[in-house]
Design a binder for this molecule. Sequence first.
Ligand SMILES: Cc1cc2nc3c(=O)[nH]c(=O)nc-3n(C[C@H](O)[C@H](O)[C@H](O)COP(=O)(O)OP(=O)(O)OC[C@H]3O[C@@H](n4cnc5c(N)ncnc54)[C@H](O)[C@@H]3O)c2cc1C
Length: 317
Amino acid sequence: MSDTHVEPKPTHKPHTIERQMPEDALADVMGGALRQEIKVLDHGFIALVDAMPRLVPTPEGQTPTADGAIVQAARVSYGQGTKKVSEDRGLLRYLLRHRHTTPFEMVEFKFHVAMPIFVARQWIRHRTANVNEYSARYSILPDRFYVPSLDEVRKQSRSNMQGGDERFKIDEASEVETAQEFLDFLKDVEALYPRYMSLTEKGVSRELARMGLPVSIYTEWYWKCDLHNLLRFLSLRMDPHAQEEIQAYARAMHDLVQPIVPLTMEAWRDYAFESMHLTRLEIEAIQDLAKGGQGAFGSENRREKAEWDAKRQRLGL
Ligand SMILES: Cc1cc2nc3c(=O)[nH]c(=O)nc-3n(C[C@H](O)[C@H](O)[C@H](O)COP(=O)(O)OP(=O)(O)OC[C@H]3O[C@@H](n4cnc5c(N)ncnc54)[C@H](O)[C@@H]3O)c2cc1C
């Protein structure tokens, strides 16, 4: 008898797959388009290249949307019996209002984006997306630099250390001179591109040659994100505190997804983007006002007081 052990071959009997066909015909939430693109900044773009779900059952005469995938996932947690929140719009609004987030992760969007590297650096901080970026080790970066127009040059904000807000006045000689000097500076930096090209042609590796390029040069990536985290991205990057250049991309992204998940976007505006968070101190100030007081605010912190003033103004108090 041989002592050689022979492993039994794994066997696999294919399963029977049951297919369920939809009652309504399937329709494409992107209307059959290969990509839907919006131009952003001077050379950039954001293009929606895919969505999940892409094909959705759609009654005749209706526009296909992906809101139903969120509702479908949510109903799993409520079971069959719950009819109270069974209307789609009502359920979506309830989910968003109560931060029941996972159903919104059932919808995904994939974008192809071209943006300056300084915008990409802010964008990449959103870790919950999947990213594949153009490799400047592998390929030459194209000759594309972001240069704002003269009337878009912003001054350093006095109130927000991180931002710029007011523009240089292009009808005032001293101001336009500074704005123009900034644009000249960008042009000088851009003029480094031919040296980058010539050094790579002489054999310097692309991974090193790129070190001399400025962050105003454009890069590209594919960026895929679920709707829950995409809404978080939009809340942070459509906010006026975000840098204007990334705001421009966020607004374009909003416009691309809005027609695909209209009920969700409506709820997001109502309960997140255009809503207001009140701190305990702010609630106490409102309670004081309601009692006929001056609205005493329990903090001397300058920034916190300024934030409360802004909210108070918005509330008309
Ligand atoms: C106006 C503005 C100014 C900013 N200024 C600065 C700055 O000066 N310096 C700076 O470094 N950054 C800055 N940022 C970036 C900011 O701090 C966040 O890194 C960025 O907005 C991404 O947010 P996020 O972590 O919520 O997003 P995501 O990375 O997409 O994460 C979404 C959520 O998932 C969860 N999550 C993700 N990853 C983890 C993890 N590893 N562990 C636990 N939970 C996780 C968290 O709940 C997180 O909020 C700024 C952002 C904005 C909008």
